[in-house]
Design a protein around this ligand. Structure first.
Ligand code: CP
Ligand code: NVA
Length: 307
């Protein structure tokens, strides 16, 4: 049995296989074909943070695969009142077939997985957001920008940056990350990514100059400057991130046909300008829709790899 907690635990072939299954399922869906590959199965979804895309895509995806999803916010279950993670894991995994968790500390999801009898999916922690990267790479494949990609990430060194690091390291593409001083990526994750990159041939560079990062990039991406849980730092961060907004001028330095990606939610006038965002709405909302298809691929794959 496999859990999906970080891309670090998956090979390049496995990541591409999951995305391929998702693309097949997407093709079927568009043709009106529903294969009930998870019939009679239930997915428990534990949310300790807000969500639009993750909740809607997992719940819809599970329904379309013939199963059922349970939305469990920490306000409604005993986990939020102090019932231990390990007890919650043993109870839920005795009744459900898969669990998706969105939480703060990555160690919580690791502890849950170690007590779970069924696959656990990371729906975002403070450290990683791997399901988002499945959708991002699926979108890059569909838009013909996966081959020889040079990805520039401009912004906060956060769970999205860490996930891009793992994806680049595993798949072997070039990733440049520009953060303001003091907001650099997690050192341990960077070390791991650089280690993995030695094998895959990925080129990974971190810097503090967004212009240098974006120079001749084929994909430019960013994320909110204040992630969930950092709301109180927002005003300070807006000051510290001055000069890091991705806008038309930033894109002028990238390759002519470069594309913009954003995991959403987007804060216009902060990490991205209104104009640039709207100019790229087609790809950005395809990326959002692909959360549904990529995660269906993931759930089917995890089900196929149960003991
Ligand atoms: N990108 C993403 O995970 O969106 P939600 O927070 O809305 O789930
Ligand atoms: N870095 C953001 C991603 C949201 C999908 C956050 O954690 O809030």
């Amino acid at each position: 049995m496999r859990h999906f907690l970080t891309l670090k635990d998956f090979t390049k072939e496995e990541i591409l296989e999951i995305i391929d299954i998702g693309l097949e399922i997407k093709k079927d869906l568009k043709a009106g074909v529903f294969k009930k590959e998870l019939e009679m199965q239930t997915l428990a979804m534990i949310f300790e943070k807000s969500s639009t895309r993750t909740r809607v895509s997992f719940e819809t995806g599970m329904f379309q695969l013939g199963g059922h999803a349970l939305f469990l916010s920490n306000r409604d279950i005993h986990l939020g009142r102090g019932e231990p993670v390990k007890d919650t894991a043993r109870v839920i995994s005795s009744m459900c077939d898969m669990v998706m968790i969105r939480t703060y500390e990555h160690s919580m999801i690791e502890e849950f997985a170690s007590y779970s009898k069924v696959p656990v999916i990371n729906g975002l922690t403070d450290t990683y957001h791997p399901v988002q990267l499945l959708a991002d790479y699926m979108t890059m494949i569909e838009y013909g920008i996966a081959e020889d990609a040079i990805v520039a990430y401009i912004g906060d060194g956060n769970n999205m940056t860490n996930s891009w690091l793992m994806l680049a390291a595993k798949l072997g593409f070039e990733l440049r990350i520009a953060t303001p001083k003091g907001y650099e990526v997690d050192e341990a994750v960077l070390r791991d990514a650089l280690d993995i990159a030695k094998e895959s041939g990925a080129i990974i560079k971190v810097m503090n100059d967004p212009k240098e990062a974006v120079c001749s990039a084929t994909v430019v991406t960013t994320d909110t400057w204040a992630s969930m849980g950092q709301e109180e730092e927002k005003e300070q961060r807006i000051k510290d991130f001055d000069g890091f907004m991705v806008d038309g001028l930033t894109m002028c330095l990238a390759r002519k046909d470069a594309k913009f990606l954003h995991c959403l939610p987007a804060y216009r006038g902060q990490e991205v300008s209104e104009e640039l965002f709207e100019d790229n709405a087609d790809i950005v909302f395809s990326e959002a829709e692909n959360r549904l298809h990529a995660q269906k691929g993931l759930m089917v794959w995890l089900n196929q790899h149960k003991d």
